[in-house]
Design a protein around this ligand. Structure first.
Ligand code: SF4
Length: 772
C-alpha cells in the first residue's frame, strides 16, 4: 500500500499534476463542486512559486489546483501542494499563546499577557545590555511585508543588525556569487528561458524532487526535441540523472576543479566568445586579501593546472566526460540551474562564481535560454529576505549596512533618528546561535522557522535555546505548528498560516505574487504582521523605540507594501510601479517594474527588456537594443574569478572515512513541519533512511533495513540503511525531514561555513558507520 501511494505521488510530481482539479488522484482527494469558489494564490512550498487556485467552501479551504493562466508554471503543481488544504486545517495547529513554566511544561495565556511579557523581556535586555543583546531570526517563508517590518523594527527601531533568517542556511552563497560576479543579487534570467534553452546544466540540484515543476518543464523540453541536452553534476545519482546526457559525479566537495577544467577545455578548443569577453568581462584574483585585476592570458595560465586529466585524481571524474560536458555547454543556448549542492559549502560563493565563469567566457548569458539561474528552496527567500535586506549585513533593495549613504536613506524613509542603524554587520546565523549559548544574546524572536531542527551541529544550539540555566536567554517563537523549536521556547505565539493572511511572495525569477486572505486562522492565532506591529507598539510605549515608529505608519500590510515600493525606487530592484491593485489583478510581475504601466522584466541587464537601461540612475542611451550592460558590476564588467579549488572543511580520514551528505525527498519539505501533517505524504515516506552504495554496504556488511549508527565528531544518528546505487562510493545520503531524536541528522552535520556567505557546509562532513 505504501509503495502504491509513493508511486502515485512520484508520478504526480514528475509528470506534474495539471490544472482543472487535476487527474483522478486529485478528484478523489478533494471534492469539486459548484459550491466551491476559486481564488488565485501561490503555492506555500518552494521557490518555484507555482500559481494555484484555491477552492473555498463554507469558510474552509477544500481544494487546490494549478492555475493554467499562470504565465510560467502554466497550471502545473506537484504532489506536496495538493495536500496544502489538509495541512492548513491540521488539528494540531497552535491556537493560543503559551508560556513555559518553571517545571518545563506550558500554560495557555492570553495575548495581552503574552505580548506584554515579550515586550518586557526585550525591553529589559535592551536597557541593561544594549540593543545588540537582542536578535530576530526570520524565514524565507515569512511574507515580504512581515520580513520587511521585522527588519525595520530591529535595525531602524531598536538599533541592532542582529537580524538573520534561515535563507542564510540555503542561498547565502548564491547571493554572494551573484554579488561578487555581477555586483547585484538575484538571477538575471527567468523561467521562460527553459522554453529556449538547448542545453541544461544541472549542478547539485535534485530538481526532480525539490523543484518538480521546473524539472517537468525541462523534461517536456527534452522530450520535444532530440537536440536538447542535459549535463548533470552531482555525486549522487538523483532522479535528475535519469535524463542526463552526461553525468559528472565528483567526489563531494571537489567539483570546483571540474568547473575550472570545463573552462580549460572551452578555451583550449577555442569555444569561448572572445568578443563578449573583451566587451563585458574582467578577470580578478584575490591576492593578500585584496582583489587584483588580471588579464585573459593570466586566466588561461591559471586554468592549466585544471586540465581534465590533471584533476581526475582529486575529483574522481573521468576526463573524457569533462571534455564532453565542456563541449556540450557551448552548444547553447545554455541554462544552468543549481541549488544546495553548490550553496551549502565552505566554498559556496566560489562554486557559484565558477558557474558564472562558464557563462561569461562563452557569452551564454542575457539571451533567451542562456542564463545562470540559482533555484531557491523557500517560497519567499528571494522577495522576502534577500530583497528586503532582512539579514545582518544588508538593508532593503541592495543596500549595505556598511555604506553611510545607504543607512541614511533607510533611516530617512523609516523616520529613524540618524545613526540608529549600526555601521557594522550584526551576527550571522551560526555566530548568533553561538552567542545565544554564551548568553551574549538575552532575547531572541524566532519567526516561522525551526532552527531546533534545521541548524547544523544541532546539539549545542538546541542547548543554547532551551537548556535551563541562570539568566537563560528569553526565546519567543511565532509559528503555526508545534515544532522542535517551539518545545524550546519560553513563549509560543500562534500564527496565521498561508491563505489566512494577505501579503506578497517573491519567487526565484524575481516575480512578486500576491496571495489573498481567504479564511480565518484557528483559535486565537494572529498574523505575524499583527504580532510584530503589536510588539513594536508596546516597545514604543515602554520608550524602547521612538513613539509612533511603527504604530502611526501601518494599519495593514498594504501600507507596508507602499513603503517597500518607495524603498525600491532608484535601486536596481525598482518595483515602484507594482501597486497592490496591480498585484491583486495580475498574475505576478517580475521586477524591475518602475512604472505602473511597465509589464515587468524578463531579462535584466538587456537593453529593450530591462527598463533601468532606459531611465533612472542606470540609464544608458549608448547601449543598443538587445545588447547587455552589467550596470551593477564595477566598470560595468562582470567578473570572471580565478578561485582556488579548496577542499571541504572536513575531508575524510582513517577515523571518519565516509562522506555524509543531506538533502530532500519529493514528499517532504524542509523540517516536515507542514508535510508531516498530511497523512498521505507521511505514509508515502514514513521514516528517515540512509542511502549507501552497494560496494560500501558489502564492505561494512550492511543490508537494506539494517539500523546504522552514523557518527561524526559532533554527534550521531541511528537510521535504517537503503542499499542502493545512488550515492557514489564513499558517500552516504540522508534526507533531513524527520524530527525524532534518532533521525535528527543535523546532530551529525558540520557548522563550518563559507567565510564570504557565512552559509554552513551541510552537504559535506566526515562520518564513520557501523550497524547499530
Ligand atoms: Fe509548490 Fe514548488 Fe511543487 Fe510548485 S514545485 S507546486 S511551488 S512545491
Amino acid at each position: 500500500m505504501e509503495t502504491t501511494r509513493r508511486d502515485f505521488i512520484k508520478a504526480a510530481a514528475t509528470a506534474a499534476v495539471v490544472s482543472v482539479a487535476g487527474g483522478p488522484g486529485l478528484a478523489r482527494a478533494f471534492p469539486v463542486s459548484d459550491e466551491i469558489s476559486w481564488h488565485k494564490s501561490v503555492c506555500r512550498f518552494c521557490g518555484t512559486g507555482c500559481g494555484v487556485m484555491l477552492g473555498m467552501r463554507a469558510g474552509r479551504l477544500v481544494a487546490l489546483r494549478g492555475d493554467p493562466k499562470h504565465p510560467t508554471t502554466k497550471g502545473l503543481v506537484c504532489a506536496k501542494a495538493l495536500f496544502l488544504p489538509k495541512i492548513v486545517h491540521s488539528k494540531d495547529r497552535l491556537t493560543h499563546p503559551m508560556v513555559r513554566k518553571d517545571d518545563g511544561s506550558y500554560a495557555q495565556i492570553g495575548w495581552e499577557q503574552a505580548m506584554d511579557l515579550m515586550a518586557t523581556r526585550f525591553g529589559e535586555a535592551i536597557e541593561k545590555h544594549g540593543p545588540d543583546s537582542v536578535a530576530y531570526y526570520g524565514s524565507g517563508q515569512a511574507l515580504s511585508e512581515e520580513s520587511y517590518l521585522a527588519n525595520r523594527l530591529f535595525k531602524g527601531g531598536i538599533g541592532t543588525n542582529n537580524v538573520e533568517g534561515n535563507p542564510r542556511l540555503c542561498m547565502a552563497s548564491a547571493v554572494g556569487g551573484y554579488v561578487t560576479t555581477f555586483g547585484k543579487d538575484e538571477p538575471m534570467g527567468c523561467y521562460d528561458d527553459i522554453d529556449h534553452a538547448r542545453v541544461f546544466f544541472l549542478i547539485g540540484s535534485n530538481t526532480a524532487e525539490c523543484h518538480p515543476v521546473i524539472f517537468d518543464q525541462i523534461l517536456a523540453r527534452k522530450q520535444a526535441s532530440r537536440n536538447v541536452l542535459v549535463i548533470v553534476c552531482d555525486p549522487r545519482k538523483s532522479p535528475v540523472s535519469s535524463i542526463a546526457d552526461i553525468h559528472l559525479d565528483p567526489v563531494p566537495g571537489y567539483d570546483l576543479a571540474v568547473f575550472h577544467a570545463m573552462a580549460h577545455v572551452i578555451i583550449e578548443e577555442k569555444r569561448h566568445d572572445r568578443a563578449f569577453i573583451d566587451k563585458h568581462v574582467q578577470f580578478k584574483i584575490m591576492r593578500d586579501g585584496k582583489q587584483a585585476k588580471v588579464g585573459f592570458e593570466e586566466y588561461v595560465a591559471f586554468l592549466e593546472q585544471f586540465a581534465p586529466e590533471k584533476v581526475q585524481l582529486s575529483t574522481g571524474v573521468d576526463p573524457k566526460k569533462i571534455v564532453e560536458a565542456a563541449r556540450l555547454f557551448t552548444f547553447g543556448p545554455t541554462t544552468s540551474f543549481w541549488t544546495m549542492g553548490l550553496n551549502q559549502r565552505i566554498t559556496g560563493v566560489w562554486a557559484n562564481n565558477l558557474i558564472h565563469n562558464l557563462h561569461l567566457i562563452t557569452g551564454q548569458i542575457g539571451k533567451p535560454g542562456a542564463t545562470p539561474f540559482s533555484l531557491t528552496g523557500q517560497p519567499n527567500a528571494c522577495g522576502g529576505v534577500r530583497d528586503t535586506g532582512t539579514l545582518c549585513h544588508i538593508l532593503p533593495y541592495g543596500r549595505s549596512v556598511k555604506k553611510p549613504e545607504h543607512r541614511a536613506q533607510m533611516e530617512k524613509l523609516w523616520g529613524a533618528k540618524p545613526g540608529t542603524i549600526p555601521p557594522a554587520p550584526g551576527l550571522d546565523t551560526i555566530e548568533l546561535f553561538r552567542a545565544l549559548g554564551e548568553d551574549k544574546i538575552k532575547a531572541m524572536l524566532i519567526l516561522t522557522t525551526n532552527p531546533g531542527q534545521s541548524l547544523p551541529n544541532l546539539s549545542p544550539y538546541r542547548d543554547a535555546m532551551g537548556k535551563a540555566r541562570v539568566d537563560k536567554p528569553f526565546i519567543a517563537v511565532i509559528d503555526a505548528y508545534p515544532t522542535r523549536t517551539t518545545e524550546l521556547a519560553d513563549l509560543v505565539l500562534p500564527a496565521a498560516m498561508w491563505s489566512e493572511k494577505s501579503c506578497v511572495f517573491g519567487m526565484s525569477e524575481r516575480r512578486y505574487q500576491y496571495q489573498p486572505e481567504l479564511k480565518a486562522p484557528p483559535g486565537e492565532a494572529r498574523s505575524d504582521f499583527d504580532i510584530l506591529l503589536d510588539f513594536g507598539g508596546r516597545l514604543e510605549t515602554k520608550g524602547v523605540i521612538p513613539k509612533g515608529y511603527l504604530s502611526s505608519r501601518f494599519a495593514t500590510t498594504d501600507d507596508v507594501w507602499d513603503e517597500m515600493r518607495q524603498a525600491s525606487k532608484d535601486t536596481a530592484y525598482d518595483f515602484s510601479g507594482m501597486t497592490r491593485e496591480r498585484l491583486r489583478n495580475e498574475r505576478g510581475i517580475r521586477w524591475p517594474a518602475p512604472t505602473t504601466d511597465h509589464p515587468g522584466t524578463s531579462r535584466r541587464f538587456v537593453k529593450g527588456d530591462d527598463p533601468l537601461l532606459d531611465a533612472g540612475p542606470y540609464a544608458d542611451a549608448s547601449v543598443a537594443a538587445g545588447e547587455i550592460k552589467f550596470y551593477g558590476a564595477p566598470d560595468f564588467r562582470a567578473v570572471v574569478w580565478l578561485r582556488p579549488a579548496n577542499p571541504p572543511a572536513e575531508p575524510v580520514d582513517d577515523e571518519y572515512p565516509y562522506i555524509l551528505s543531506t538533502g530532500r525527498v519529493l514528499e517532504h519539505w524542509h523540517t516536515g513541519t507542514m508535510t508531516m501533517r498530511a497523512t498521505e505524504l507521511r505514509r508515502a515516506q514514513p521514516a528517515c533512511y540512509m542511502e549507501i552504495n552497494p560496494k560500501d554496504a558489502a564492505n561494512l556488511e550492511i543490508r537494506s533495513g539494517d539500523a546504522v549508527r552514523i557518527v561524526s565528531r559532533r554527534g550521531e544518528a541511528v537510521i535504517k540503511a537503503r542499499v542502493v546505487d545512488m550515492p557514489r562510493e564513499g558517500m552516504v545520503f540522508v534526507p533531513w525531514h524527520w524530527e525524532d531524536r534518532e533521525s535528527l541528522i543535523n546532530r551529525v552535520t558540520i557548522d563550518a561555513y563559507d567565510p564570504g556567505s557565512k552559509q554552513p557546509e551541510f552537504k559535506i562532513c566526515a562520518v564513520k558507520l557501523a550497524r547499530a
